[in-house]
Design a protein around this ligand. Structure first.
Ligand code: AMP
Ligand code: MG
Length: 318
């Protein structure tokens, strides 16, 4: 079915963007992780439109974005473990799952709610003007890489959403770390920029979701986080995770630390932080250039490795 084109307001005013959202519109806004596509979490009709625009499976719930810890506590019952983590890492790239406090919030029929407090200044100002929780998954078509550049957002979403808010571009480049605080002990569901070691320091009891099939689509296993069962982050091209970029074919693309030769398209990185920042734009560019194979060097040991491996192996598993 052809989608109805809508007039998209493109603005750098968080106030104008908030007005659109409060009138029931969909607004794309930058965060420090990736771009988000948001609606008022009290407006269930607008939230359902996010699913249509993204072609997102209806059982994959949305993360709510709020401006500060006080606003988080209006949405969610924050337990001591959650309080500890949010005091230390928020605002920032960390999402907590709690039991839902306000029954009017849109949570795709769950009794729990996932909430994040972004640190990006444009996002922060926008959320302050909205003054309601903003339900916002990543602004990309479901299953495709999340988008980290305004250029890609304009290409993909002009005419599909009511407003695109321009501002500081995402710096981290991959989605937030997700922790389920409703389980005891809490469980790290999705690795991100804030990594397991950082979290373990203040939350020694934290567990990781390691079961290989819980992160994959399993019909027998009910996943804790519905989104984990879907293939994610994948470009059209074939993604290959490799120890060394030595044998990358000339017509392929490569991202990593050590190049042996120049190939059709490549991004050299120096740290895992760079790698996170550029991974998704690398995937998007590979598809734009119709490159068949994208080689990704295994990330360095240490911070960011888990998050990168998680995204690359998901992109590689077709
Ligand atoms: P996205 O915002 O698209 O990066 O994805 C949000 C992630 O958070 C998905 O993996 C969702 O399944 C997960 N999520 C959102 N709300 C909940 C919830 N209430 N319980 C468990 N997982 C959630
Ligand atoms: Mg997403």
């Amino acid at each position: 079915m052809p989608e109805n084109k809508v007039n998209t307001l493109i603005t750098d005013s968080p106030l104008e963007a908030a007005k659109v959202l409060l009138r029931g519109g969909l607004v794309i806004f930058p965060t420090e992780t990736v771009y988000g596509i948001g609606a008022s979490a009290f407006d269930h009709k607008a939230c359902r439109r996010i699913y249509e625009v993204k072609k997102r499976p209806s059982d994959n719930p949305l993360i709510l974005h709020v401006e500060n810890i006080a606003a988080l506590k209006v949405c969610a019952s924050v337990n001591p473990a959650g309080e500890l983590v949010f005091q230390k890492f928020s605002p920032g790239a960390i999402t907590g799952i709690f039991s839902k406090k306000d029954p009017n919030l849109f949570t795709a029929d769950l009794k729990t709610v996932a909430v994040r407090i972004p640190s990006n200044p444009t996002a922060h100002s926008f959320l302050e003007f909205c003054n309601v929780p903003v339900a916002a998954p990543s602004a990309n078509l479901s299953g495709k890489p999340s988008l980290t550049k305004m250029e890609y957002i304009l290409e993909e979403f002009s005419g599909k959403v009511d407003c695109i808010l321009k501002g500081e571009e995402p710096k981290i480049g991959i989605e937030s770390t997700v922790i389920d605080f409703t389980s005891d002990p809490p469980i790290l569901l999705r690795p991100g920029f804030v990594d397991f070691q950082d979290l373990k320091e203040i939350l020694p009891e934290l567990q990781v979701l390691i079961s290989k099939d819980k992160t994959q689509n399993t019909s027998t296993d009910a996943p804790i986080s519905p989104g984990l069962k879907y293939r994610h982050y994948a470009p059209v091209c074939k993604v290959i995770l490799t120890e060394s970029l030595e044998n990358v074919p000339q017509d392929a693309a490569q991202i990593g630390f050590q190049f042996y030769k120049d190939v059709t398209y490549q991004i050299q990185v120096f740290t895992n932080e760079d790698y996170m920042q550029f991974l998704y734009s690398f995937f998007v560019e590979c598809d734009r250039r119709k490159i068949a194979e994208a080689y990704c060097e295994i990330p360095k040991e240490g911070r960011g490795k888990d998050a990168l491996l998680n995204r690359i192996t998901k992109a590689a598993s077709k």
